[in-house]
Design a protein around this ligand. Structure first.
Ligand SMILES: Cc1cc2nc3c(=O)[nH]c(=O)nc-3n(C[C@H](O)[C@H](O)[C@H](O)COP(=O)(O)O)c2cc1C
Length: 197
């Protein structure tokens, strides 16, 4: 079977908040709008049941199977998260716990991941980001190396449900290009030819 090595990188965006007007969701929407031809970003919410090991098996919740499939089919993940009480939101930790199993066969293992944290405060959710790094390292996800993408004062940087602050977008998009490069080297994808070449 021939496999195209020049398709765009497929990214899955996970907002760590279920709030309708979430800034985390707005960041992902802003990135979607700013992406070039090299990558596509699908956004998926984290409406999942609470993790219960008794229900974690072949007959487990369909929402969990679909979530794991979506991760498996993506080349890489972009997690945009707020900070709750100096840590990662339960919604996101819960989703990562589901994705971390079955033990030894997690769809997160070897998966390139970029974390972006934000807050209306100037601290930008940096403590949530540190916790998420630990969780993702425990399942051997591939974290994008480089500066942590932290967006402080985010309320002033979002308009009409989308991140519009130029400096924050540039910062995040540079990291996203790093993620795309990591995805390509992890799956031996080549970059699509530049338009016009
Ligand atoms: C339960 C709770 C705890 C919070 N704790 C923090 C915190 O520790 N640090 C922080 O910067 N913001 C904190 N916030 C404020 C969130 O950053 C803010 O509500 C943000 O808009 C949530 O992200 P979202 O816009 O993606 O929903 C907290 C908010 C809630 C609801």
């Amino acid at each position: 079977m021939s496999v195209s090595t020049t398709r765009p990188v497929r990214l899955l965006g996970l907002p760590g908040s279920l709030r309708q007007n979430s800034y985390s969701l707005a960041i992902l929407r802003g990135l979607q709008a700013g992406l070039g031809a090299e990558a596509v970003l699908e956004i998926r919410d984290l409406q999942l049941p609470l993790y219960n090991q008794d229900e974690d098996g072949p007959n487990g919740p369909e929402a969990v199977h679909a979530f794991r499939r979506a991760i498996a089919e993506a080349d890489g993940l972009v997690i945009a998260t707020p900070e709750y009480n100096h840590g990662a939101p339960g919604v996101l930790k819960n989703a990562l716990d589901w994705a971390s199993r079955p033990y030894g066969q997690s769809v997160l293992t070897g998966k390139p991941v970029l974390i972006i944290s934000s807050s209306p405060a100037f601290t930008g959710g940096v403590r949530a980001q540190a916790q998420l790094n630990e969780t993702l390292l425990s399942v051997q996800a591939l974290l994008v190396p480089g500066p942590q993408v932290v967006i402080g004062n985010v309320a002033a940087k979002v308009q009409d449900g989308r991140l519009v602050d130029e400096a924050s977008l540039e910062f995040a998009l540079a990291a996203l290009r790093g993620l795309a490069a990591l995805c390509r080297s992890a799956s031996r994808l080549e970059a699509p030819a530049a338009v016009g070449s």
